[in-house]
Design a protein. Structure first.
Lengths: 298, 347
């Protein structure tokens, strides 16, 4: 997958094309040889823990940072040579809330509409569904909004110029479960507007909501596929075990030479075995993306 | 706040920033206790510069008052002061000065010396000695452009400059850094706004605030201190305009290099102090060592302090201040270009 991506031409009908991108901060290799693409109108998830390199990749794609090696394009535009054009067609929502906290909701929207030479009215259709949720607070200062509201406002501001590609860096981090769910509903609707979306998240449960996902760890891509495919590719049978004393069981299983891997997963222990037929009776379960991630990390 | 605080400064600072020394504590040891010694002490106290805080019997006792900070200066009048003075036409008094506060001590000693010299002349005159034989030279200075040599007349315009510098330099230094800290700069950087527009957008509000403040300051100078520029007031505005551009630019340069407001604040204050001390606001540039004078050429503050005093007191015309105006425009171009170049949008 990664190799075939490498040979694709940069221009063409891709929302985002990344080819062999590497970036080093001093001694730390933040990204090493990253290649993938996002189709037009695709919701692509970048799944990985904190420090995996997600934000670095976003900053390269949004023309805020130059990569050491490799090439990347956004909607067919080169991130280095055509950065000005990209800034007109890309929407970016940084991981940290980056709107003017001392401006009101309405003022922030007006300001960013102005910056992009447009007006709220012009693109109101695109943001209407989100905006009506925050409209009751439109005179409140952005800094005084709740976490979920802030994210909705930030999304509105990122959408105000009708971008073709949307970059969302951990939009749901620190947001309550209900708002998170609403947020993903919004993303699904945006996809129907043919906007290519690259979204990053540390939450594995959100991965299944994406069309395709890339699992990223320590600056390297572990796997790229649809969530279903990634789950299907899980190499072993996975079992969930539970006793009254999970910790004791965990220690016992770690000692067992038959056991391939065992880790705590909520109330259960998830276990895989080296040989396919262990002499115990247990219920087989379907691995989640998180199981896949843990397996790929090893 | 941005307007109120500088106004308060303008109301308070000129009263504090005077170089005249008043209320110098004086201790006296009068070993003579004659009519002349009393006259001398009266004359010293009535000059208004001194406050008699101690009257000791011995030098040792008087020295203690210096140690306790009760006296800055001790005047010791020897025994047989009057006698020696009248008979031998000659006597000594001793001055002991507490030099912890150098300025106070130096000026105090000088004042006292002057008073004693005057006293001396009066006594000689009283004694009927022929004055032409002693050959006294009396000088009466005439202070041009500031007849009464009023310190406020040249401190108030200087403090106006200081306030504009604070607005232009420190506030602008905080500004971009604040956006960096909060993260709003990321959001701006992904927009198609070119960097010179961004810098310009940062510059203009500070120039407007600065000019509003200048107007308020000029009013205060006029209402409270009765000062009005002898020259054209528009010239002050013209110079202030370019000055604000230059200093806001300098502040923006600082903020493009700093990552936190603390860093920016420290750097700004560091330069401000150097600029203030080397501006001629408090001490004349011409009395600085030569190499320091060379350094002041690179101090934008120096030019404005010079110019505002010229316009206020001497009534200078545009042609008189052209060199300074040229220098300040040069600074403006230099700092703002630096700020734009260093504010890298592409990373």
């Amino acid at each position: 997958m990664a190799m075939s991506d490498f040979n694709l031409p940069l221009s063409g009908s891709w929302g985002v094309r990344i080819s062999g991108i590497s970036k080093k901060y001093g001694e730390t290799q933040a990204l090493s040889n990253i290649s993938f693409h996002v189709n037009k109108g695709e919701l692509f998830g970048l799944i990985g823990p904190d420090g995996a390199g997600k934000t670095t990749l976003f900053r390269i794609l949004t023309t805020l940072l130059l990569a050491d090696k490799g090439i990347a394009s956004v909607n067919g535009l080169d991130v280095v040579k055509q950065y000005r054009e990209i800034r007109n067609i890309a929407g970016y929502m940084p991981g940290k809330f980056s709107l003017y906290q001392d401006l009101s909701v309405q003022e922030n929207l007006d300001f960013f509409a102005n910056v992009f030479n447009t007006s709220i009215e012009e693109n109101y259709d695109l943001i209407r569904d989100i905006y009506i949720q925050i409209e009751p607070f439109k005179n409140r200062k952005a800094g005084k909004l709740s976490g979920g509201m802030k994210q909705k406002l930030a999304l509105c501001c990122a959408l105000i110029h009708k971008p073709l590609v949307l970059f969302l860096d951990e939009p749901t981090t620190g947001v309550d479960p209900v708002s998170r769910k609403e947020f993903w509903e919004i993303l699904k609707r945006l996809k129907q507007e043919n906007i290519s979306i690259l979204v990053s998240t540390p939450y594995m449960d959100e991965a299944t909501l994406c069309d395709r996902i890339a699992l990223i760890q320590s600056g390297k891509i572990l796997s790229i596929a649809t969530p279903e495919q990634i789950i299907k590719e899980y190499p072993q049978k996975l079992f969930a075990i539970r006793t009254e004393n999970n910790y004791h069981l965990l220690k016992q299983l770690r000692k067992d030479p038959q056991v391939n891997s065992v880790y705590i997963f909520g109330e259960y222990l998830h276990v895989t075995f080296k040989d396919d037929v262990p002499n115990i009776e247990a219920k087989e379960i379907t691995p989640s993306v998180e199981d896949c991630f843990i397996q790929l990390m090893e | 706040m941005i307007i109120g605080l500088p106004v308060i400064q303008l109301l308070i600072l000129p009263w504090a920033a005077t170089f005249e020394q008043r209320n110098i504590s004086l201790g006296v040891i009068d070993n003579d206790r004659g009519a002349y010694s009393r006259q001398l002490i009266d004359k010293v106290v009535s000059s208004g510069f001194f406050r008699l805080t101690d009257y000791s019997g011995s030098y040792d006792q008087a020295l203690k008052t210096i140690e306790n900070d009760k006296a800055d200066l001790i005047l010791e009048i020897p025994a047989h002061f009057e006698n020696n003075f009248v008979r031998h036409q000659q006597t000594d008094v001793m001055l002991s000065v507490n030099a912890v506060n150098g300025q106070k001590a130096g000026l105090g000693a000088a004042y006292l010396g002057q008073i004693i010299a005057e006293f001396n002349q009066n006594v000689i005159r009283e004694q009927g000695v022929q004055l032409d034989r002693i050959n006294l030279i009396q000088t009466t200075p005439y202070f041009k452009y500031n007849k009464e040599m009023n310190y406020r007349n040249f401190m108030v315009p200087g403090i106006l400059v200081m306030l504009l510098t604070l607005i232009g330099g420190v506030l602008s230094a905080m500004n971009i850094v604040k956006e960096k800290e909060i993260g709003t700069i990321e959001q701006i950087n992904v927009t198609p706004i070119p960097k010179y527009i961004f810098i310009l957008a940062k510059l203009i509000p500070f120039i407007i605030i600065g000019l509003v403040l200048l107007t308020i300051g000029l009013f205060i100078a006029w209402l409270v201190y009765g000062l009005f520029p002898a020259g054209n007031v528009l010239l002050v505005y013209l110079f202030a305009f370019f000055y604000l551009i230059a200093f806001t630019g300098a502040g923006l340069v600082i903020s493009t290099y700093s990552n936190t407001q603390q860093q920016a604040m420290f750097t700004a204050v560091f330069f401000m102090i150097i600029f203030f001390l080397l501006s001629g606001l408090f001490t004349p540039v011409s009395s600085m060592p030569e190499w320091v004078q060379t350094v002041t050429i690179f101090n934008p503050l120096r030019y404005f302090v010079e110019v505002i005093r010229l316009i206020f007191m001497k009534g200078s015309q545009l042609t008189d201040i052209l060199p300074q105006l040229g220098a300040i425009i040069g600074f403006g171009v230099f700092f703002n270009t630096w700020a734009i170049v260093n504010y890298k949008k592409t990373g």
